[in-house]
Each structure stands twice: as structure tokens, then as C-alpha cells.
Design a protein around this ligand. Sequence first.
Ligand code: TPP
Ligand code: SF4
Ligand code: MG
Length: 304
Amino acid sequence: MTTNIIDLPAVEYLLPGNRTCAGCGLAVAYRFILKALDGKAVMTIPASCLTVLGGMYPVSSVHVPWVNCTFPSTAATATGIAAGLRALGREELRVIAMAGDGGTLDIGIQALSGAAERNEDVLFICYDNEAYMNTGTQRSSATPKGVRTATTPVHGKQENKKDIIQIMEAHGVGYIATASPSYPGDLYDKVLKARDLKGMRYIHIHVPCPPGWAFPTRDTISLGRLAVETGVLALYEIVDGALSFTAKTKTIAKGGGKLRPLEDYLSAQGRFKGMGEEIVAEFQDGVRERWERFAARDRQSAGA
Ligand SMILES: Cc1ncc(C[n+]2csc(CCOP(=O)(O)OP(=O)(O)O)c2C)c(N)n1
Ligand code: SF4
Ligand SMILES: [Mg+2]
């Protein structure tokens, strides 16, 4: 049973006043992540909108111990912190590495792969706003095909979004989950569960970004819901290889898998404007293919 938002802890670790843009999906997600960590964590974070959120020493909006690391070394830094805490006998403090899609799928992937392969005692959280946003919306390997950014050709990105979940699965990571700030109870439950597991864990959070995706700041939560309702984002957990749908995705699957038209999601954002019909059709086929693949695994896990 997913925790209801009204039952989430009242304690706040993200204090009033931070430097993210109005309507930032990352800030919403981070608030719920910190509630789940409940002060029992040390974090390491590379350059990103998340470092901007934290502010500059000694003034910070975040009430949690945190180490700023270099871009490629997030998971390596987390490995070192975990080893240090082990040596001190302080393993009740959990180690969280948190990076953007650029810091996870591109620049940080070598250290992440090493930590995953060694099964380090680290929870790695990627918040995916689908581009290098902090430096002005350059494409990353998480940017969907067809999206226009500051560093793509006029007709948009030519390559598909990298499938980081499959990469983490190939490493044999024991706990993998997807989440969205638009489903706070589900996000909270997953971070809480992953916090207390041992070994490498990976959570991928899809975070709407108003300036980078070109949509009104008031629409952040509804856009995150649209991603799930159209099947662009499926909410699930993979525990020791078994995939189970959660939250709204579970409800959709129970109702026969009827997804909203992809067009509802695409037309709500300026970044997809001018996307060719062929790429839209390819996008839709990709969503449907992934949905069927995940749904088959979900049924298998349920023993249906
Ligand atoms: C090695 C290195 N390359 C580039 C940069 C410049 N830089 C700082 S933040 C950033 C964008 C990060 O993108 P992402 O990880 O997706 O996080 P977001 O900004 O989207 O939150 C870049 C390119 C840097 N700090 N270090
Ligand atoms: S650019 Fe996007 S992710 Fe970065 S602070 Fe602004 S809204 Fe948040
Ligand atoms: Mg990013």
C-alpha cells in the first residue's frame, strides 16, 4: 500500500528558500527524498542544479551533511564515505550519491559502473531532467530523440535516450526503482525502502523542469502525471530481478493498460515543438513496446 501524502512525516530537511527555478521538479522530489532519509544519511553530489539548490557555504537551504564532489567521481566518493563510516562503526548513517542525468548516464557512469560491480553499500539516486540544465540545456544521453536543446541540430536530437535501467540491471543491482515527484507517497516509500537495504541500490527519478522543457511553472506536477499516464514513464521496482508496477502505473495496468495519447504529453512542452511525424511515431512505438515488456514482467512477478 502506497503511503498517502497526508501521512508523510511533517519534519522538513529542505528549509524555506532555495535557488532553484519556480516550479522545479527536482526541488519537489528532493523534499520527499530528505523526509525518507530522515537525517540518517550523508550525501555526495556533483555539479548540477542540485548543488545550486544547496547554496553556497555557509548559507544552505538543506539540513543534511553533504560533500560536493567532482563530476565523474560521485559513486567513487560515495564508496569512500561508506568505507570511512564502516571503519568508524557508523553504518547507521546511510550513504546517498545523487546526481543529474548528465552526472549519472554520461560523465559519472564509469564510477557508477565500478561501484555497482563491487556492490558498494551506496544508494545512487539519479534525478533525470533530460539535459544538462544547470549550464543552459545542453543535450545529454538521457535527452529523448527529437528534442531541441542548445547543442542539438535544428531538427532535434538524433539519438535515442540511453536505457540506464537496463545498464543497472546488467550489473545485477539488487534494488532498482523509478519514481516521480508527482507521486510523492510512492517516491517516499521507495527511498525509505532503499535507504535501509544493503549493497548497491539505484533509483531513477524523472523530474519536470519548466525552463528546460518549456512549460508553465504551475504545470510541474500535472506534467509529471502526464508522463506516467501516457506511459513515457512507468513506475516500478525491480527487486532481485523481479519487476513490479507501483502507484498509478499499477492502476493503469490493472485497468487493462489503457494509456493516454502521447500527444497530450508532447504538446504540453515547447521542447518537442517541430518534432517530425516520423520521430513522434517512433516515440509512440517505443513507449508501447516498453510498456508491453514491463507489463509482461509485472505479470510474471505477480505469478499471473
Ligand atoms: C568535468 C566537468 N564538466 C563540466 C562541468 C560543467 N557543468 C556543471 S553543471 C553541468 C550540468 C550538469 O547536468 P546534469 O548532471 O544533468 O544536472 P542538471 O544540471 O541537469 O541538474 C555541467 C556540464 C563541470 N562542472 N565539470
Ligand atoms: S533548470 Fe530545471 S532542474 Fe534546474 S533548477 Fe531550474 S527548474 Fe530545476
Ligand atoms: Mg540534467
